[in-house]
Design a protein around this ligand. Sequence first.
Ligand code: 4AD
Ligand code: MG
Length: 504
Amino acid sequence: MKKENAYVTIGELGEYIGQEVALAGWVVTLRSSGKILFLVLRDGTGICQGVLEKTAEHDALFDSLSHLGQESSIEMKGVVRVESRAPGGYELAVSGGRVIGESRDFPITPKEHGIDFLLRQRHLWLRSSRQTAIMRIRDTVTFAIREFFHNREFKLVDTPIFAPSVGEGASTLFEVDYFGQPVYLAQTGQLYLESAAMALRKVYCFGPTFRAEKSKTRRHLTEFWMVEPEVAFIDLDGLLELAEDFICSIVGKVLEKNRSDLELLGRDIGKLEKVQKPFARVTYSEAVEILHGSRAEKLLRVEYSQLEKLIAELEAELEASTQQQATVTKAWQKDKLGARIIEIRDQLAEARESLKNIPLHLELAKGFNWGKDLGGSDETIISKLHERPVFVTHYPRMTKAFYMRQDRANEQVVENFDLLAPEGVGEIIGGSVREEELDRLLARMKEEGLATEPYEWYLDLRRYGSVPHGGFGLGIERTLGWICGLKHIREAIAFPRMMGKVYP
Ligand code: 4AD
Ligand code: MG
């Protein structure tokens, strides 16, 4: 590997057993018995424990290191030895080192913190082992996406962020002042990508996307990354096959490269290994029947009783821990119990909230009428009834964007699909065949009350050699949230943007 400096990284230590190396990184923990110092260092590639004895020779070094605070940056030299009990499997017999940058009272301690606090400390929170695991997996996902399309001869086309017209729905537009003219931040690259597909046949774009989502949910950000392929001469079956191969290849790459990260996150890897072709395909109308049916009801009832049991267990543990905390004498015992109490309270709040929502979800499912768009709780139910991702196709025309192709056999529905990830995650992909006939497209725009003028360029694609074509968009954060088993997608991006949250 090409090096940018003289330091060996922790990830490479296996190649240096028995040799003296210099590491550079940040202090995770320090423990000193007065005679011997254990210092756990992280350097962005792994963690390594350094051991330093207080000898006459190392007296000054011992003193300078043993007073360091968490996250101080240091250089540490020593001989590498195999130590199966050490985190990472190697240990450094420290013989030299120096402080690079001190850190005092690092705000994020190994104790538990609330989510609002952590989000305000996001610039520092990123250093934690969970967050670095998520970022490493995100890197794998991004690379796997580019590789997948590159290997299939798709060409990357970067679409604009300043857009003069609505892409996906007028209610979530971010307006910006473009030299006195109002324009919007891109909600999708799709319409531009359709032009490019007429030039290059198979194309994709991959970039940030903006939606003024005014609801606070676990699945919505106001700025998220979306990858969108678009293909000329493709039909709905072709699109489903493409999406299926795409998801399997992304999940496969993560399983290959990030097993230890998934383990660190506590992800049930077996569930990801089940992500194999073929995925189930249900139509929207079938999905409505599922929502009305007994399987959905049973699922919710089972969940209700499981939650009741969990709540009772957590309440009992909370009481026991609180009593124990009052009697223990050592500070570290009090801290440990305190951390667990915060955790239990969070879990309890969440479980009570879910319990409260179940009757509502049941009511929504039972009362679901054909013609409505599937809501978050409806998607959750359908997704939970499947072990693999599931395609829902042929939604009512009126719930979907104007550009979707009407099914010629049933004009009430369109040739579209959403891909719902399993385990209750819900939609991670939305896509469709595009309406290729000018007259039908114009009629749909009229139905939606859209002025044609801003879309003249888009309509030109139907005037000059129109062909059947289609594509889809996959949200990176939702996909990553599913793969990593995150409860909320805010941890799936380095600096999340949500309503009311833009700092740091
Ligand atoms: O279903 P959507 O709105 O589809 C489109 O934008 C199409 N133009 C795509 C296409 O056909 N080329 O969004 C696609 C995906 C969703 O399935 C979801 O994964 C993600 O984008 N997404 C969001 N992710 C996070 N926060 C939000 N507010 C999101 N809105 C959509
Ligand atoms: Mg959608």
